[in-house]
Design a protein around this ligand. Structure first.
Ligand SMILES: [Zn+2]
Ligand SMILES: [Zn+2]
Length: 152
């Protein structure tokens, strides 16, 4: 998302549109961006700086850290603020800042729901769909916790 600062009128300019998901440059195993990054921004010149405020919104496919299920979740930046000093260039590129702010909105631990029951450490059944009947000992749970530590 590049803004031509030479063309911004005195009372600022509104920008509305979307950028392709490729700008996220982040497709890890847990989070995949496949939807456009939508933006509604207002750009305003302030002396020798460009102030851009507004909102960003997209959707990411995430994989639950406990049950491994894939699900879609909205990711929004409600108060995007970017202040950039002007260096004489015609264009200011907001993409790095947009990317950073969206990544900051991602959850530290991806869970499909806060009380996701995860997979049975014995048979691997998704316990959100019901109990499996396995006898899970404290030992098993401890190993499961250790395995999780190794994964992250
Ligand atoms: Zn889950
Ligand atoms: Zn089981």
């Amino acid at each position: 998302m590049k803004i031509n600062v030479k063309r911004i009128p005195a009372d600022g300019e509104d920008f509305e549109g979307s950028e392709p998901p490729a700008i996220m440059e982040l497709n890890g195993e847990d989070v995949v961006f496949e939807r456009p990054i939508e933006y509604r921004l207002h750009a305003q010149l302030q002396g020798h700086s460009l102030l851009v405020t507004g909102r960003l919104r997209t959707e990411a496919t995430m994989h639950c850290g406990r049950c491994l299920r894939a699900f879609r979740q909205a990711v929004a930046v409600a108060e995007f603020v970017c202040l950039q000093e002007l260096t004489g260039e015609d264009f200011v590129d907001l993409t790095p800042q947009m990317r950073e702010d969206i990544i900051l909105e991602l959850p530290q631990r991806v869970l499909c729901q806060s009380d996701c029951k995860g997979l049975c450490p014995v048979c691997g059944k998704d316990l959100n769909e019901g109990a499996c009947g396995c006898k899970v000992s404290r030992e098993d749970l401890r190993w499961q916790a250790l395995n999780r530590l190794k994964l992250t």
